[in-house]
Write a protein of this length. Structure first.
Length: 276
DNA sequence: AAACCCGCCAACCGCAACGCC
DNA sequence: TGGCGTTGCGGTTGGCGGGTT
């Protein structure tokens, strides 16, 4: 038994929206608000299915959309979020005010993917494309500190040199995927908080400032399913825009990445994972 | 100037998730 | 609790425009 179609397709317009359709949709939503997409087209006098109206509004007509090129900061954030969330475009978009999931998805597929590939990084795994050869060479390559996101590649061949760096310096340098001997460190510098809402700039700035830094350690690969997953918080005072806003967490479970964690509430993703 | 190629991105489609009864 | 309608998500497509031959 099939599902009934969302609309009478033979009587519906398809393809690019006209200016008049846009105006009708905008004026209807302005006076009636979003929602009830199925009945909206008829009420607004549009020969479109509800799905199409919703998409047009969300991806193009919404007044809070930020048009124009992605900034370098947005690039960085998208790469970091993708390394953490994968192709969860809606979740990624929720962290980028004014950007839509569709826009980010397109941008990823047309720009960032290519950018990462040109740097020898697999955009799906965020690891070196050459990984997967013999174990020794892979291990050797893991000695190279890779900035996944932004191309600055730091070669860390001498452990003693690394030790010369203080914590702050290391923090500043490791702005991406970092491989340290047996331990792969993913410094995601990512703060999970409630998604961006429609707020004015000051509110957003304030909210941004309440973010906390997170670092993800995974040993011997990305799979962190072992029982030895360890969570710890870290004083983030050394990180430029950081503060603490940790929700109280009590239970052990699996987070949205499928990683075993003590934290079920990912609003407080400030933790280190270590896998033995 | 025309033909072709290629990249971009708006829009579509199918399915999963959600919510209500 | 299961069925059904609605909404949301992510993969894919196709048209358009700019660049190249």
């Amino acid at each position: 038994m099939g599902r009934s179609p969302c609309c009478e397709k033979e009587h519906m317009n398809k393809g690019a929206w006209t200016k008049e359709e846009d105006e009708r949709l905008v004026s209807y939503i302005k006076s009636h608000g979003e929602g009830c997409w199925r009945s909206l087209p008829r009420a607004a006098g549009l020969l479109r299915c509800g799905k199409s109206c919703r998409l047009r509004w969300i991806n193009y007509l919404r007044p809070d959309l930020k048009r124009g090129n992605f900034t370098h900061d947005e690039d960085e954030l998208i790469i970091k979020l993708h390394s953490l969330l994968g192709n969860k475009w809606s979740l990624i978009a929720a962290r980028l005010p004014g950007r839509t999931d569709n826009e980010i998805k397109n941008y990823w597929n047309t720009h960032i993917k290519r950018k990462l590939l040109s740097k020898g990084i697999d955009p799906n795994t965020h690891r070196s494309i050459n990984a997967g050869r013999d174990h020794d060479s892979t291990k050797r390559e893991d000695q190279i500190v890779k900035d996944v996101a932004f191309g600055c590649q730091l070669e860390k061949t001498e452990k003693s040199e690394e030790q010369k760096l203080n914590k702050n310096q290391k923090q500043n340098l490791t702005n991406g995927l970092v491989c340290k001997e047996e331990r792969l460190e993913l410094n995601l510098e990512l703060r999970i908080s409630p998604p961006w809402q429609n707020k004015n700039h000051d509110d957003q700035t304030r909210e941004r400032s309440t973010y906390t830094a997170s670092r993800l350690y995974v040993e011997n690969g990305m799979d962190s399913s072992s029982d030895t997953a360890k969570c710890q918080t870290e004083d983030s005072s050394s990180i430029s825009h950081s503060s603490l806003d940790i929700s109280s967490i009590s239970s052990v479970g699996y987070d949205f990445l499928g990683l075993k964690t003590r934290f079920m509430d990912f609003r407080s993703l400030e933790m280190d994972y270590t896998r033995k």
